[in-house]
Design a protein around this ligand. Structure first.
Ligand code: ZN
Length: 381
């Protein structure tokens, strides 16, 4: 079952070794006991650091690997066969998820819904699996065993699952399974793409967590290749929309700038363009006027204009009228809580889950807007 396991611990970089070597150089000639103690401490922290990397699973669809799951268990690479679409964790591999693979290739879903009932939204989870699960359980969106409990409701995640945090893969596999469970119950999970999904897909890896360096070394792939279009998770993510309209609400990661309206764009064309160009290089996107708008500063995954006091309420109304909606719901620009701006016409839902300690949801039932707090309390927005 072990492959390449001989590459395991030896390839893990150890920050404490550098500290020790510079420290020992300075202290050369001091008493031997001090040196021995430092050496012991150094070895201890090396062992702790390297033995703790447990990650996965990863499923690659190319090179005949589609029926194998890859796992990092205590800094060793292991693989298990996928039987009946069930991924089975090896022994001694912590609490890693054991998802059931969807058998068919993902379908592109609708991006406009009317007559939806209850809705919840959250954003910018950034690899903070435990915080996300706590919030969803506290508000009964999922049950005690992390399964969909929201019936025919709609759950919207407005992007930035990737980067910063240490449980990105756990977040993705959980949502991958929840997606199917929601549909089976008559509900929907809308997983919208944020700027950090785009960055990872095109190989901008400045924000990845230290944990994943071990995984990329053992799997002998760059981090973006763990989620490229020839991976189970990567293929699924690339089917997703970037904007969704539900009832009188429009959701996206960053926001809609006046430039969108000047360009007379529509949601479906934009979603299609985002899907088509998610893997394009930055310099290629920059050379196309429309793609340069969509993917960067004033586009829907990066825009921050609502938070800079540059738009009047009239300009906000103009944008809302263009889409025939009453509210635009955005993540991306971090707040301490779910926050209404411009008389709740704009609702900011990046509640700083990325800090790993707390967060909030937005609950919408008809015209009632409610903050879902971390411990389960609810307050009107
Ligand atoms: Zn963002």
């Amino acid at each position: 079952m072990h492959i390449l396991s001989e590459r395991g611990v030896n390839h893990v970089k150890c920050p404490s070794q550098d500290v020790y070597s510079s420290a020992s150089a300075k202290k050369r000639g001091t008493i031997a006991a001090q040196g021995a103690l430092l050496s012991l401490l150094s070895l201890f922290s090396f062992a702790t650091y390297s033995a703790h990397v447990t990650d996965g699973p990863y499923v690659f669809l190319d090179q005949g690997k589609e029926n194998t799951a890859y796992w990092i268990c205590q800094s060793e690479l292991k693989q298990t066969p996928i039987a009946n679409n069930q991924l089975a964790r090896p022994n001694d591999c912590g609490n890693l998820p054991q998802p059931v693979r969807h058998s068919e290739a993902p379908q592109v879903e609708a991006d406009t819904y009317t007559h939806a009932g209850k809705i919840i939204a959250l954003s910018d989870v950034h690899g903070q699996f435990d915080v996300m699960i706590n919030l969803l359980k506290a508000h009964k969106i999922i049950d005690e065993n992390n399964h969909w409990a929201f019936g025919d409701g709609h759950m919207v995640m407005t992007g930035d699952m990737f980067d910063r945090g240490h449980q990105v893969n756990e977040v993705l596999w959980f949502l991958y399974e929840l997606d199917k469970e929601a549909q089976a119950a008559g509900g929907r999970l809308h997983l919208l793409m944020g700027n950090h999904e785009q960055m990872v897909f095109r190989g901008d890896l400045r924000y990845i967590n230290e944990r994943y360096k071990t995984s990329t070394e053992l799997l002998d792939r760059s981090y973006d290749a763990l989620y490229n279009k020839d991976t189970e998770i990567g293929r699924w993510l690339r089917s997703k929309n970037t904007l969704v309209k539900i009832n009188n609400l429009l959701f996206m990661h960053g926001g809609i700038s006046p430039e969108w309206v000047e360009r007379k764009l529509n949601i479906s064309d934009a979603n299609q363009l985002f899907r088509q160009h998610l893997d394009d290089k930055k310099e290629d996107l920059k050379q196309n006027d429309l793609l340069n708008f969509l993917f960067f500063t004033n586009g829907p995954t990066w825009y921050r204009g609502y938070f800079k006091d540059v738009l009047s309420e009239q300009e906000i109304d103009h944008i809302l009228n263009y889409f025939k909606v009453d509210h635009i719901i955005v993540g991306h620009t971090s707040q301490e809580r779910v926050l209404g701006l411009y008389h709740n016409k704009i609702i900011a839902i990046d509640s700083s889950i990325k800090n790993g300690k707390s967060g909030e949801l937005l609950l919408i039932d008809q015209d009632k807007l409610t903050r879902g707090l971390y411990q389960g309390e609810q307050e009107p927005l």
